[in-house]
Design a protein around this ligand. Structure first.
Ligand code: NAI
Ligand code: PHE
Ligand code: K
Length: 358
């Protein structure tokens, strides 16, 4: 129930709302503002129930706190989830416009405690509407509207860097002839598939959308597999780029992959699932590190005033961060997920003052 989700949550519920006209349910979770205003995208999709939507918002907001902290960005963690009355591609223009307008009012009410951006089911064009109607609390507008454009290319760039760091940890140097399985050929996944294809990888891919699969087959020479074959298909690198919760303890015990590095937020059902991956020596690049490129792009461009080149340089830094994560995991004998959480946590600890001279 919604009550249960709220009582189990350590953060703040910024807003919960329902719009009778469209049948859309709105939730904004604010996990932390310790490092700055909360930031995180707006996800719009179908959910089994409103409690499931709110639960997703809370878990995704927690991931944003970790992502901002480990990337060194001056923002906290939050997330919006809109449970749609029908799949996004079946909504009329008018219905979607109304949903965005209601969401913009929610953002305005929070008055800058929370800033949104794109995520699954929303685009830069949607951010134009949210920015205008909320009074400015949306990152990632189109360039035509004065924004930095989609976060997806820099996200894909960062995941690509993460894959290279992770394969080195797994003991291979390049992707030539390696099998890279990309789950989800959306804004990030397609771009990533193109990058690894350019490295000489054999791309294996799947998406619910047949047209996206067909394009990957035609343009990237990808081998297309059914969605239910994903977790049983042997590969060198598994790159989850759809939604979360893909790796459960059962999956971790069997997955025929050597490396997991992708864009999907909360790819593990629970942090402890990483322990099972570590036992099998599968190199896992924690998602809140690997997929930080989008946040670096949005916050870098719009809060810190970085140029596109400065953004790209910081996204390359994801490789260095992951090397630190892998080293800490080896040194402390913990999973990479735990090591990354420890590194993120350091941002919240007040610096210890040097002892005064006697
Ligand atoms: P998107 O909505 O453009 O693409 C998602 C794709 O996954 C769609 O093509 C959809 O049909 C497909 N899909 C959904 N469920 C599937 C399933 N069970 N099996 C196969 N395909 C499935 O979303 P986007 O922007 O590419 O994001 C992908 C993931 O990366 C999400 O989890 C998102 O939260 C995360 N992410 C995105 C960032 C961004 O800047 N766009 C930044 C950081 C993380
Ligand atoms: N939704 C993306 C993510 O999960 C991009 C984003 C980052 C959106 C930061 C808003 C703020 O990282
Ligand atoms: K999107």
């Amino acid at each position: 129930s919604i009550e249960q989700v709220i009582s189990e949550w350590e953060g703040q519920v910024g807003c919960v709302g329902f719009d009778h006209e469209t049948g859309a349910f709105f939730s904004i979770a604010i996990h932390s503002r310790a490092l700055g205003p909360a930031a995180g995208g707006t996800r719009a999709m179908r959910y089994a129930g409103f409690d499931e939507a709110l639960r997703d918002a809370t878990r995704l907001a927690g991931a944003m706190t970790l992502k901002m902290a480990i990337a060194g960005l001056p923002m906290g963690g939050g997330k919006s989830v809109i449970a749609l009355p029908a799949p996004r591609n079946e909504l009329s223009e008018a219905t979607w416009r109304r949903i965005l307008e209601v969401h913009a009012e929610n953002l305005a009410t929070l008055a800058g405690q929370y800033w949104t951006g794109p995520d699954v089911g929303t685009s830069a064009a949607d951010m134009d509407v949210l920015h205008e109607r909320s009074g400015g609390f949306a990152f990632g507008r189109t360039e035509a509207a004065g924004g930095p454009g989609s976060s997806a290319p820099e996200t894909a760039h960062g995941v690509h860097v993460a894959i290279h760091a992770a394969i080195r940890e797994a003991g291979f140097d390049d992707l030539e002839g390696r099998r890279v399985l990309v789950q989800g050929l959306g804004a990030v996944g397609y771009d990533l598939a193109a990058r690894v294809a350019a490295d000489g990888a054999r791309v294996i891919a799947t998406d619910l959308d047949a047209a996206r699969c067909e394009r990957a087959r035609r343009e990237l020479g990808a081998e297309i597999i059914e969605g239910d074959a994903v977790l049983a298909t042997p590969c060198d690198v598994f790159a989850p780029c759809a939604t979360g919760g893909v790796i459960t303890a059962g999956v971790a015990a069997e997955l025929p992959a050597r490396v997991i590095a992708g864009a999907a937020n909360n790819v593990l059902d629970a942090p402890s699932t990483a322990d099972a991956l570590a036992r099998r020596r599968i190199v896992f690049a924690p998602d809140f590190v690997a997929n930080g490129g989008g946040g670096i792009h949005l916050v870098g461009r719009e809060v810190l005033g970085w140029s596109p080149d400065e953004v790209a340089a910081h996204v390359e830094g994801i490789g260095t961060t992951l090397s630190e994560v892998f080293e800490l995991a080896r040194h402390d004998g913990v999973s990479t997920e735990r090591a990354a959480r420890m590194l993120a946590q350091q941002r919240f600890e007040a610096p210890i003052a040097a002892p005064a001279a006697p």
